[in-house]
Design a protein around this ligand. Structure first.
Ligand code: FES
Length: 107
């Protein structure tokens, strides 16, 4: 149903991995077993969220360039300077395969 982007073992708890999906780079984070996906490119300027800090307890990832954090569920920025969301994706696991199902917001 989704697009396969890797094996479950490639996405360890508390870590971020970058995959390709429909021509875009998507960063996928595993938090408490669940997988979350957002665009890797920040919505503010040219920086990769995968190179920033993952705040697992808040389900947020921080842009390494100017420090905006983005919610992993809906892609919304939580603070300035970013004001636009990044794309968020539904990510599932099926028989040890990780799949992106679809984009889940309007970014
Ligand atoms: S490039 Fe990400 S907050 Fe500026």
């Amino acid at each position: 149903m989704g697009t396969k982007v890797g094996k479950s073992e490639e996405f360890p708890e508390g870590e971020v991995r970058v995959v390709e999906y429909e021509g875009r780079k998507v960063c996928i984070a595993r938090v408490e077993g669940a997988l979350y996906g957002v665009d890797n490119m920040c919505s503010h300027a040219e920086a990769y969220l995968s190179e920033g800090e993952l705040y697992a307890e808040d389900l947020e990832i921080e842009c390494p360039l100017h420090g905006s954090t983005f919610n992993l569920v809906d892609g919304e920025p939580q603070d300035l300077p970013a004001s636009e969301p990044v794309r968020a994706y539904e990510v599932v696991e099926d028989s040890d395969e990780v799949e992106i199902v679809k984009q889940t917001n309007d970014a």
